[in-house]
Design a protein around this ligand. Structure first.
Ligand code: GLA
Length: 728
């Protein structure tokens, strides 16, 4: 609910459990007054302290009042160069070369439904939303800023974006345009980020906010394996089930910066938006620039509740999957089994062995096109390799379909190999600065997706491929970071736009796919989870979580990922042992338990499994098919932290009506004479009692949550168990 008190210029956004408020003060400055547990509509600006601090300057309108300083007041969208020395939200360079923005309030309006951000990913959902638009202006440069707020009340979700318009008569350059600025009046807080590297993404890091700026971000052109565009700020004592925390996600898949600044007043500012590195965006008179969307959830019951609110909102209001509400197919991908070394017969045999166990979709991975027998050549030539696949994709797809399976395909449309016909014909289509050598990554170059003719060419080739066979799934991969960022299509003064225009180009092409092939399920991928962000989820409802398929490492990767993203978005497959990345041998049952906490599938040659392993796989697939709704649409509870030193990792899915639950437990390395362990469950109905795995006995929900359920003694490393709970 949005409440406008226009007389006092106090604007309040309420969700079920939280309140967010701002106020335009007598100097037309838009102050942020409050964000936290739900309170009434009253003017909360009494919370703001005015103090005369040395070296905190005062705007001329404040006259002799030295307690009025932008340096100390909480701002809704921070000014630049006129007295606030913290991180600015906006940096604009008008024709005179200055870099000031002195934003003042001009007006407010409330709109039913959700604002739109053409060309950018955004939460949707029609009537369930309300929008607030607050207009600010920098009078001297005549730059107008519209702050857009979306409120999804029952999910405690508030989204934000800013639309910046040049109302003057000369071109201005944006150097910075953040999506979010959030000032807190309270003091001590922790900053939690999700960091890592290729094959070990989104590991949780929690640090105390110290004086100065702490930040994460990416200048790789993608959101990256290294830092995720999702962070949490929380009370120091906040934990999984208690304390106030603020989660913020940026719906963007390119360069980003997220910073937390602890100030002289010992309060904190969180900022989020495009990374200012090599960002300089020209706005001609009348033109607008729209920032990506940021989404915030405040929880007063710890991280668990915050995650569940994000999960529901992402599932219901961000993801656009074909046949929404239906189970996605259990897939088998041959990549780890064959890499580039396959022919049609081998693929059909792998598919056949998997089909016999109940998998439903075969994914043809890298190596099917051009001259692509290794990763040194072929990218960009999206024509079938007839030697490997005589008769083309149509013939292979028919053989796969004859097994009762659907057919899916891997592509990497943003890339080109130097050794490719495409590169030989159009060397300037790859990013690179004339006169400099180009930097390779996985021996490949990046196509300039900021150029429409490049996108159109690649899209036409893809269309030919997609029209040549019945394809129901695409894995859209992207296997290197951007370097040598320069576009032959833009003049020197506009090269600072290329990073962002690349991402907009990517989004546009994915939107063409949605328009022309609405029935195709798209899985995102960037060397695993190098572009696992809320922006991509708008186009690709699932993302390959990591190239690391080791089940024990996956516990950490999927745990970190779960803080923002629902399990149904996490590509997770059972793979062969010893694992290709770690050499570890984990029991087949455990590999299945871990992969089932994701989109579920197999990344191996099931022909090579023993009879017992095949039986286990068939049972896993049956279990998943029986429990998928509970797993994918139920509420997710983290029971333990795999980064801690506990003897096991556990999590739980609970149906909305709390009648069903699935508990998964993975033990660590075994030790003799382990102590008895009892696992305390969460989210059950305390009034109900539950059968466990079909037992006659019933266990009271309140006892299971408060006293726990005894775990069996493991024999052997990395054992696992699943408990299916059913209320009577
Ligand atoms: C990336 C992906 C893998 C696989 C290979 C193919 O690394 O993450 O799953 O598709 O590319 O080259």
């Amino acid at each position: 609910m949005i409440v406008l008190d226009e007389k006092n210029r106090v604007f309040t956004l309420h969700t079920c459990a939280t309140t967010y408020q701002m106020k335009a003060d007598s100097h037309q400055v838009l102050l942020h007054t409050y964000y936290g547990p739900r309170v009434g509509n009253g003017d909360l600006s009494y919370l703001i302290r005015h103090a005369d601090r040395g070296f905190s300057p005062n705007p001329s309108e404040a006259g002799r009042d030295r307690t009025y300083s932008l340096d100390t007041l909480p701002q809704e969208y921070a000014t630049c160069g006129v007295g606030d020395f913290r991180i600015p939200s906006l940096e604009v360079e008008p024709a005179d070369g200055s870099l000031l923005s002195d934003l003042r309030y001009r007006g407010v309006r409330r709109v039913p439904g959700k604002y739109a951000l053409p060309g950018l990913p955004a939460f949707f959902g029609g009537d369930r939303w309300e929008t607030l638009i607050v207009t600010l202006e920098d009078a001297a440069s005549r730059v107008e800023v519209e702050l857009l707020y979306g409120v999804l009340e029952d999910r405690d979700l508030i989204t934000r974006a800013a639309r910046i318009t040049n109302r003057g008569d000369q071109t201005v350059y944006l150097h910075r345009a953040d999506s979010l600025c959030l000032d807190f009046c309270q003091g001590e807080m922790d900053f939690i980020t999700f960091d890592g590297c290729h094959v070990m993404e989104r590991c949780m890091n929690r640090t105390r906010l110290r004086a100065g700026i702490q930040s994460v971000g990416s200048v790789r052109g993608t959101s990256s394996h290294h830092h995720n565009p999702f962070v949490i700020l929380c009370q120091r004592e906040a934990g999984e089930d208690y304390g106030t925390c603020y989660g913020a996600a940026l719906l963007y898949s390119g360069n980003f910066a997220i910073s937390a600044e602890r100030t002289q007043m010992e309060n904190n500012r969180l900022t989020m938006g495009l990374h200012p590195y090599h960002f300089r965006y020209a706005l001609a008179p009348g033109e607008s620039f729209t920032t990506p969307e940021a989404a915030m959830v405040c929880s007063i019951q710890g991280f668990g509740q915050m995650s569940r609110q994000f999960h529901r909102a992402i599932r219901e209001n961000l993801i656009r999957a074909p046949r929404a509400g239906e189970r996605r197919p259990v897939l088998v991908n041959h990549w780890e089994a064959t890499e580039f070394h396959f022919d049609a017969d081998k693929l059909v045999e792998i598919a056949g062995a998997a089909a016999a166990l109940g998998t439903e979709l075969f994914v043809l991975d890298d190596g099917w096109f051009g001259k692509r027998d290794s990763d040194y050549s072929g990218l960009g030539d999206w024509q079938v390799n007839q030697q490997k696949l005589p008769g083309g994709l149509g013939a292979l797809a028919e053989r796969i379909q004859a097994l009762g399976m659907q057919f899916g395909l891997w592509v990497e449309p943003e890339m080109v190999s130097e050794d490719s016909d495409l590169y030989r014909a159009h060397p300037d289509w790859a990013l690179g600065v004339p006169g400099r050598s180009r930097t390779l990554g996985r021996s490949q170059l990046v196509l300039d997706f900021s150029r429409r003719e490049v996108r159109e060419h690649i899209y036409r080739d893809l269309q030919k491929v997609l029209d040549s066979a019945e394809i129901t799934y695409i894995k859209w991969d992207m296997n290197r970071s951007l370097t040598d960022v320069w576009s032959a299509a833009l003049p020197p003064e506009r090269q600072g736009e290329v990073f962002h225009r690349y991402v907009l180009g990517l989004y546009e092409m994915l939107e063409w796919l949605h328009r022309d092939y609405p029935e195709i399920l798209i899985e995102g991928c960037s060397g695993g989870g190098g572009r696992f962000d809320a922006g991509m989820l708008y186009y690709t409802p699932q993302i390959w979580c990591s190239d690391n398929t080791d089940a024990i490492d996956r516990l950490r990767i999927q745990y970190g990922t779960s803080f923002c993203y629902p399990v149904g978005t996490m590509g997770a497959h059972v793979s062969a042992v010893p694992n290709a990345q770690t050499g570890r041998i984990v029991p087949m049952e455990t590999r299945g338990v871990v992969a089932m906490c994701g989109t579920f599938g197999y990344e191996m040659d099931l022909r090579k499994c023993t009879g017992t392993e095949r039986k286990i796989a068939a049972r896993q697939i049956r279990t998943y098919k029986a429990r998928w709704r509970l797993i994918q649409e139920g509420d997710y509870y983290r029971l333990t932290d795999p980064f801690g030193d506990g003897p096991y990792t556990a999590w739980q899915h609970v149906s909305e009506d709390r009648r069903e639950a699935l508990v998964s437990v993975v033990m660590g390395a075994v030790h003799a004479a382990q102590p008895f362990l009892a696992l305390r469950l969460k989210g059950l109905d305390p009034q109900r009692s539950y059968r466990i795995n079909g037992s006659r006995e019933r266990y009271p929900g309140d006892a299971l949550m408060n006293a726990g359920y005894p775990l069996p003694m493991p024999m052997g490393d990395y054992q696992s168990l699943q408990l299916y709970l059913e209320a009577k």
